[in-house]
Design a protein around this ligand. Sequence first.
Ligand SMILES: Cc1ncc(C[n+]2csc(CCOP(=O)(O)OP(=O)(O)O)c2C)c(N)n1
Length: 573
Amino acid sequence: MEVEMAKIRGSELVGRALKNERVKNIFTLSGELSEIYDSCLDKGIKLIDMRHEQAVANAATGYAMATGEPGVTMVTAGPGAINMAAGIAAAWYACAPVVAICTSTASCYTGMGAVQEFDSRDAYHPITKWRGYPNSTMRLPEYVATAFRYATTGRKGPVLLDIPYDLLLLEVDKKDAPIVPPERYRTDARPYGDPQLVKKAVKWLLEAERPGILIGSGVLWSGASKELVKFAELFKIPVCYAIGGKGGIPDDHPLCGGPVGYDFGSIAEADVLLAIGVRFEEILNYGKGAFYAPDVKVISVEIEPLEIGRNRPVDLGIWGDAKAVLTQMTEAAQEALRASGKRRRETEWVKTVKGIAKSVQDILTAGATNSNKPINPGRLGKEVCDYLGDDSVIVMDGGDIHAHVTPLYHANSPRSYINAQGGSLGHLGGGIPFGIGIKTALPGKKVVVITGDGSFLLNASELDTAVRHKKQIVVVVGNDCQWGMVRHDQQLNQCREACSILSEEVRYDKYAESMGAYGELVTEPEQIKPALKRAFKSGLPAVLDVRTDPSTLGFANYRGVEARSTLKVIHKK
Ligand SMILES: Cc1ncc(C[n+]2csc(CCOP(=O)(O)OP(=O)(O)O)c2C)c(N)n1
């Protein structure tokens, strides 16, 4: 007697596999996806349909950065996949776990110049941890599982699952395509560091006169803030952060030594530096062609072993997860302190670091009390930051405006400050979609996006997404009517002010209103807080077009001409 086999379609297998991974939201733009949509909707997975595939990837990245959980995208073949790549590149540099799914031409037409045909392999190679190209419907659940495995294991990052459209329409026997619980194909276990090396690191830090800690985004991805603070307090070690690590230690903590960048800032005089989850990329690496603070003994703790010693020699490399290693270090430190019968006291060194941090902060926030018109961008930052509380998340986009507002924001909890620029990529325009992703993840939080007028319009069409999906984000445009950071750079370097001047006529508040959002033009510094209040009260996504002073330098405060002279020195060598 013949037994009838239960059949299942490829699209349904993908929906089930996503549900199995507890996916709740998918950021998407439509195309050859309708069958998967049906399957996801049947399972209660929400689809947030957006206006550009770059924004789809940005929203998923914001979602991941707000939660630590993977963000999921779904876009169509060819042009959809190509558009998405810019946003996936930003996820790559931010080490964000994003599972990006695209369809591709039916496999029987590959290479024939089919409609929307595009081979994503080379394009996605440098910006993803893994790319999956299934060739049978049966294996779709396995491919979805593998995508999540790669995105979330070790150092996190984006992956691409590229599914030929025909595989979604074909049916297979259910028993041939089992869906396995995630616990059976990936682990949440954290890699601990080599105990001997941990002990050695603790000894060095105990013996150091001027120990310092430098953190990056690895601390946030690992969820290691509590362990970091505990360890720093035990040893009374000042903690500085690279921009990606902002929020890893509260900005108001007595041991917080503030941001570093383009030099080692307040930590430059350390004799032993514990660098945790931080990449020694350009801004932490080169000072006039040499390493910054070349004599500092560096202990590097990294989840990605290949990051240890990259760009800068280290004295001790510990391969492990930040939270796990900090827990080990605290235990080893407690033991060492017990054995020595000593307690660490706060030293002059901590005061020195705090003093330098304060003087840097004073330079960077000099405009905060300015009452001039057009509004000083620092004053704009101060008004916004004063308005926000513990129930808020700030998202940073834009050029100079970023430099003005970031130092003013006291990130007193992890993930309350989110840089939408994809780490060192410096990708502009992600702010609004990042805000949408963050609001989706954290609906109870006030989400404010700070952006420049140039960056705003790159993805302002996503205000429509925010309106349709009722994601209240408040976008504050520091409108200096120019690509400010570029124009200032041109002015400082005696270049022509070419291609850097924008229109004064464009009204971003009106643009917002035309999409059903709330909008206001703000020209007086005293009006910023009341306008913010009205924007939140409107219950709608909102845009404040705040007219700012085009002559106030931003990033030039960090580097300006100096950076170019650094480059010249490097190239002479
Ligand atoms: C996608 C992208 N395009 C171009 C640049 C180069 N860029 C860096 S800063 C900047 C100006 C930003 O202007 P705006 O957003 O208006 O902010 P402002 O500097 O005026 O505060 C530009 C064009 C970039 N980083 N990213």
